[in-house]
Design a binder for this molecule. Structure first.
Ligand code: FAD
Length: 673
């Protein structure tokens, strides 16, 4: 018979959509031996998901490619609401800022998924040898449960199939000449089992991979999820959405604004202005309903039927097109997976564990952010830097976000899809005031910035694992040897919230006076960070406090030394960044700061990129960072950020023992090398 080749890899990623690509990006940055496979023969070229939240852009920036998305995308500044007046004719009732002003240095933008996948592919090329292997899919999965707690074992065995080009490229719908997304849509039956069956028995198409970890980013039909036997919980009703990407010819005045249009009797629609003169229309297709098997007849859906529905909603205004870029229809239920991992060895991320409607543009964002939460954890566990138990926080942190998302979507769906109320007596109608209020409230959620992770070994705050709401056992921050617990002092930095992402304000580099947004310094390079708010470093008392802090961290056997491999620079596991509040011109780096805060290297001298000041800049004003962060300008504080920029711990200079306890609960003591 044929010899089936066998090999090992540390992390196997199944699916190269937004979630899989984000996972691969972390693997590249952590330097992990990873593989990423996708059953499809090509990447996406146009269409599909498009909205990018502020938080997704912040994450892209931490990898170094937000600028590409920012330049190419359409920026969304205003949201307009259109509802029927007393005469039943639609009119603009409200204008709102699309992104809540001041919450991020980015606003929401739209750019199609194909471009976003391109940025990730380029990133992988720059930082690693990882390439997406297309036309490859898994055929079987086994987990050796006797080995799951062994850090050096490869407990996962997966048999992979390599498809021919033909098999990996399914035919497009014949209903129209324009490229459509129907074949990727869940209105098409999933073809995974078919593909496996057809290629079975062909010579030279199989291989066996043994992996330490596996992540199923294989979308709503997730094969990985099915192998694990995990269920999705949630709403039984499935909405069907039509999507049309066109260059519109119209007299509708707000066609370059994001709009929610509620017609009196013909349903509702979202207008999303996009790059290259395109506009996307999202329309709930109320006339097409799923049959007894739960699937809708997709042959009834064409660009023409979607356009007709749009024309009715937008009347008396006219809309048509000469150019259609892409179109699709898809069916969505609102569901969350009951379990996000098996034995903290095989994980699910993205649509594989949650599905919901496209209205708030969350799909791609939440999916990428799942992988952003998980990637560094797996990467650092494989490298032996963080403890394996950290992987439990993936489910406790992300399942809650998925549940919040479904709840939000549920509320918003009802308000979006309902017929507008004629007056206060019209009880079956939806109040447009309520819709507006829900939108305004939902906008914070939709920015991705309201995510607030609960207490765990990674987040030293008050609260128990019971509050995670799903019974996951994630112990609070504690020393794994002594069991001592630690709770950070939230009152020391009132606007840097334990469990939330680090907000950003402008600060100046002490050495060259250049302004930076603080977040720009927080690269996704898998390091933890201590932000030392050094306070007024010209005061003698404060100088002593800083010195004492640094002496403790620099001492032989200190946690910083214990957790950094002896052969590596002192900032390779935990980087210390300093932000002081004295006048820039009254301070000298070499005179006023201990060496630990600007380490010396024999080859390249002092590090000038570690010390920053909250002071006025020459060209960009004064951002008052201390005030905005809610930190005392005289005394400062110590803030710990996880590699994903979420706040893990806050304390005083004198609380080094707590700081040590925090890291004791997370990191693995480096073996002498
Ligand atoms: P996906 O993007 O679905 O990626 C999964 C990947 O896994 C695919 O590349 C697939 O080929 C691969 N795969 C699947 N099974 C296997 C297997 N067995 N083996 C190997 N590979 C496999 N969201 C929005 O926010 N706005 C939109 O306009 C929008 N439009 C959409 C249109 C369509 C047609 C679809 C299907 C979804 C749309 N969504 C939209 C949802 C959004 O695309 C998803 O939420 C997002 O892509 C989820 O990312 P993901 O990586 O989890 O999954």
């Amino acid at each position: 018979g044929v010899v089936v080749p066998e090999s090992n890899c540390d992390v196997l990623i199944v699916g190269a959509g937004p979630a899989g690509m984000m996972m691969a990006a972390w693997m590249a940055r952590c330097g992990i031996n990873a593989r990423i496979i996708d059953k499809r023969g090509t990447k996406i070229f146009n269409g599909q998901a498009d909205g990018l939240q502020c938080r997704s852009l912040e994450i892209f920036d931490s990898f170094g490619f937000a600028d590409r998305a920012w330049k190419e995308s359409n920026h969304m500044l205003e949201m307009c609401m259109w509802n029927p007046g007393l005469d039943g004719v639609i009119r603009r009732s409200d204008r709102l800022p699309d992104t809540i002003p001041g919450i991020s240095r980015f606003t929401q933008i739209v750019l199609h998924q194909g471009r976003i996948e391109r940025f990730f592919l380029d990133h992988l090329k720059k930082y690693s040898k990882i390439e997406v292997e297309r036309g490859v899919l898994p055929e079987s999965l086994e987990i050796d449960t006797s080995k799951v707690e062994d850090n050096f074992a490869y407990p996962i065995t997966v048999k992979l199939r390599h498809l021919t080009d033909e098999e990996a490229t399914p035919e497009q719908s014949k209903a129209s000449k324009v490229e459509d997304g129907l074949f990727r849509s869940n209105l098409a039956a999933d073809d995974t089992d078919d593909l496996i069956r057809k290629s079975r028995g062909k010579e030279g198409t199989a291989e066996i991979v043994r992996a330490k970890y596996m992540v199923g980013c294989d979308g709503a039909h997730s094969w990985t999820r099915r192998q694990l036997g995990f269920e999705m919980e949630g709403e039984a009703t499935d909405y069907i959405w039509g999507v049309l990407d066109i260059i519109p010819i119209t007299d509708f005045p707000d066609i370059r604004m994001r709009c929610a249009i509620h017609s009196a009797e013909s349903g509702s629609m979202m207008v999303i202005p996009r790059e290259n003169k395109l506009v996307r229309l999202y329309i709930q297709l109320t006339e097409i309903t799923p049959d007894a098997t739960g699937r809708a007849d997709r042959s009834k859906i064409t660009p023409e039927t979607i356009l007709k529905a749009a024309q009715k909603i937008i009347s008396p205004y006219k809309i048509s097109y000469e150019y259609c870029d892409w179109w699709t229809a898809y069916q969505i239920g609102q569901r969350v997976g009951t379990q996000f991992d098996a034995h903290t060895r095989v994980f699910l991320a993205g649509d594989a564990v949650h599905t919901h409607s496209p209205k708030a543009g969350q799909g791609m964002n939440v999916s990428m952010q799942d992988a952003y939460n998980l990637g560094w954890k797996i990467g650092l566990v494989v490298k032996g830097i963080v403890q394996r138990s950290v992987l439990k926080t993936y489910q406790s942190e992300r399942r809650r976000v998925a549940q919040d998302l479904i709840e939000f979507d549920h509320r918003f769906s009802r308000l979006f899809s309902g017929r507008p109320a004629k007056d206060v007596m019209d009880e079956s109608g939806v109040s447009m005031a309520e819709f507006k209020e829900a939108f305004v409230k939902g906008n914070m959620f939709a920015s991705g910035l309201s995510v607030d992770y609960g207490a765990s070994m990674l987040v030293a705050k008050q609260g128990s694992s019971a509050e995670q709401g799903d019974g996951t056992d994630v112990s609070t921050a504690h020393n794994s040897l002594t069991g001592k617990q630690v709770v950070g002092k939230q009152e020391l930095s009132t606007n840097i919230k334990l469990g939330m992402r680090m907000p950003s304000f402008k600060v100046l580099n002490q050495s060259d006076a250049r302004p930076w947004h603080l977040q720009e310094l927080l690269k996704s390079d898998s390091r933890f960070r201590i932000i030392l708010f050094a306070g007024n470093v010209t005061s003698a008392t404060q100088k002593t406090r800083i010195k004492n802090f640094c002496v403790k961290l620099d001492a032989q056997g200190s946690f910083l030394r214990r957790f950094t491999p002896a052969s590596c620079p002192i900032d390779s596991v935990i980087e210390i960044l300093t932000l002081h509040s004295a006048k820039r011109c009254d301070v000298e780096i070499l005179r006023d700061f201990p060496e630990l805060l600007h380490p010396f290297d024999k080859q390249v001298g002092w590090d000038y990129n570690k010390i920053y000041v909250d002071d006025e800049s020459y060209h960009e004003g004064d951002n008052h960072a201390y005030e905005n962060y809610g930190v005392d300008k005289e005394r400062g504080c110590v803030v710990v950020l996880r590699p994903d920029q979420y706040v893990g711990y806050i304390g005083d200079f004198e609380d080094v023992e707590d700081l040590e306890t925090y890291f004791d609960g997370v990191l693995v003591k480096a073996t002498k090398s």
